[in-house]
Ligand binder design. Structure first.
Ligand code: ATP
Ligand code: MG
Length: 357
C-alpha cells in the first residue's frame, strides 16, 4: 500500500486554525477510507521568518520535494519585514519556481448557502505563469518599466507552450464533466496576444471532438456569468482575467470565503483557499475552514487521478459530503451567520464522516 506524504504549511492569521481543522477532518477520512497518509508540517510565513528569517525557508522548499502535494495556508505577505516583501510572497514563489501552471478554481453552489445565480457548477482554468501578470517572467523580467516619472509601460506575455498546456488541461477536465469549454479573451482589441490564446485553444479543441467550444470577450463574460452562471462548465483564460473572473464567480455562488482552488502542473499540486489570512479574526477560533477544506478535497481528486488510486477520491468525497451536510443543517461559522467555532465545525464534519455507512 502506498503511503502518501502531504505537506502542511499553516501560514499566518487564521491559517493555523483553519489548516489544523482541515488536517483533523482528513485524518478522520483517511482512517475511514483506510489510507495511509503522513502529514509533514513545514514552516511558512511569520513563523518561518522568526525561525529562519525567511517566510519560505529552504527546509520548506526542500521538504516539499518529498511530498505528493501539500496544503498552503493563507499568508499575510503585506505585513512581512520590508526586505522580505519584495520577492517573497510564498504562494507566488511556489507557483513560479515549481511552474504550477494551472490555477483551477471551481465555483459551485453549496447547500444552505445563498447563491445569487441559482444552481451553478463551473470550473475556471486560469493560466498561472504569464499573460498580464508577467512579473518574474523569463522574457520580460518584472514586466513593468518606469519610462518617466509619469509614464509606465507594462507587459503581457503569451506563449504557445503555456497556452497549449492550459488548454489541454481544460479540455481534459471538460471530458470528465459536461463536455463544454468556454475561452475568455479580448481578441477584438488585443489582436495578437489574445488572438494567439483564442486560436491555440481552437486548435487544441480539434483533439477533443466530443467537447463543444465557445468563446466570449472578458467584459461580456462578466455579464454572462452574472446572468446565467449555470450554463458554463469549464472556462479557460489567461492569468489576470482568470483571477478576476474567479473572484466574481466565487462570490456569485455564495461567498469568496468559501472558494477553493488548486495550483497544479503535471507532477505536483498545491491546495490553496481563495481568501486571505483574515488577521482581524485570527486566534479567535472563528475562521471558516470551508475554502481550505474544499481545496484539499480537490487535491485528493487530483492525487487520485495521478496515482490511479480511487481511495484518495473516496476520502475527499467523505469530507465534501459531510461538509455539505453540516452546512445544510445550519452548522456554520460566524461569517455565514452561524455560531459554530472553527473546531466545532470540523468536529461536526468528522462525526458525520465516522457515521458514513
Ligand atoms: P489577501 O491580500 O491576503 O488576499 P484580503 O485583503 O483579500 O487578503 P482577507 O484576508 O481575505 O483579505 O479578508 C477579507 C475579509 O474577509 C476580512 O474581514 C476577513 O476577516 C474575512 N475572511 C476572509 N477569509 C475568511 C474566512 N476563512 N473565514 C471568515 N472570515 C474570513
Ligand atoms: Mg484577497
Amino acid at each position: 500500500m502506498t503511503i502518501y506524504r502531504l505537506g502542511v504549511l499553516k501560514g499566518d492569521g487564521i491559517g493555523p486554525e483553519i489548516v489544523n481543522a482541515t488536517v483533523d477532518v482528513f485524518k478522520t477520512a483517511s482512517r475511514k477510507a483506510n489510507i495511509d497518509i503522513e502529514w509533514l508540517t513545514l514552516p511558512m510565513g511569520w513563523e518561518a521568518i522568526k525561525q529562519y528569517d525567511n517566510p519560505l525557508p529552504e527546509v520548506t522548499t526542500e521538504g516539499l520535494k518529498n511530498t505528493h502535494g501539500w496544503i498552503l495556508g493563507p499568508h499575510d505577505s503585506a505585513s512581512y519585514p520590508p526586505d522580505h516583501k519584495k520577492n517573497l510572497n510564498p504562494s507566488g514563489v511556489l507557483r513560479h519556481t515549481l511552474d504550477l501552471f494551472a490555477n483551477i478554481r471551481p465555483a459551485k453552489t453549496l447547500p444552505g448557502i445563498q447563491s445569487m445565480v441559482g444552481e451553478a457548477d463551473l470550473v475556471i482554468y486560469r493560466e498561472n505563469t504569464e499573460g498580464f501578470y508577467a512579473d518574474r517572467n523569463m522574457f520580460v523580467g518584472h514586466g513593468e518599466w518606469q519610462i518617466t516619472e509619469d509614464v509606465v509601460i507594462t507587459a503581457g506575455v503569451f506563449t504557445r507552450q503555456a497556452i497549449e498546456r492550459i488548454a489541454h488541461a481544460a479540455f481534459q477536465m471538460a471530458m470528465k464533466r459536461r463536455k463544454k469549454v468556454t475561452v475568455v479573451h479580448k481578441a477584438n482589441v488585443l489582436r495578437l496576444s489574445n488572438g494567439l490564446f483564442l486560436n491555440i485553444c481552437r486548435d487544441i479543441a480539434q483533439q477533443y471532438p466530443e467537447v463543444t467550444i465557445d468563446d466570449y470577450h472578458i467584459d461580456a463574460m462578466a455579464a454572462h456569468l452574472a446572468r446565467r452562471a449555470k450554463d458554463f462548465d469549464v472556462i479557460v483564460t489567461e492569468n489576470m482575467y482568470g483571477d478576476i473572473l474567479s473572484d466574481l464567480a466565487g462570490e456569485l455562488v455564495g461567498s469568496l470565503g468559501l472558494a477553493p482552488s488548486i495550483n497544479a502542473n503535471d507532477t505536483i499540486a498545491m491546495a490553496q483557499a481563495a481568501h486571505g489570512s483574515a488577521p482581524d479574526i485570527a486566534g479567535k477560533n472563528i475562521g471558516n475552514p470551508t475554502g481550505i477544506m474544499l481545496s484539499t478535497v480537490m487535491l485528493m481528486e487530483w492525487l487520485a487521478e495521478k496515482h490511479n488510486d480511487p481511495k484518495l477520491k473516496e476520502m475527499g468525497t467523505y469530507v465534501e459530503q459531510s461538509l455539505a451536510q453540516s452546512l445544510k443543517e445550519g452548522i456554520k461559522t460566524k461569517d455565514l451567520g452561524g455560531h459554530a467555532t472553527t473546531s466545532e465545525f470540523a468536529e461536526a464534519i468528522s462525526e458525520k464522516i465516522m457515521r458514513i455507512e
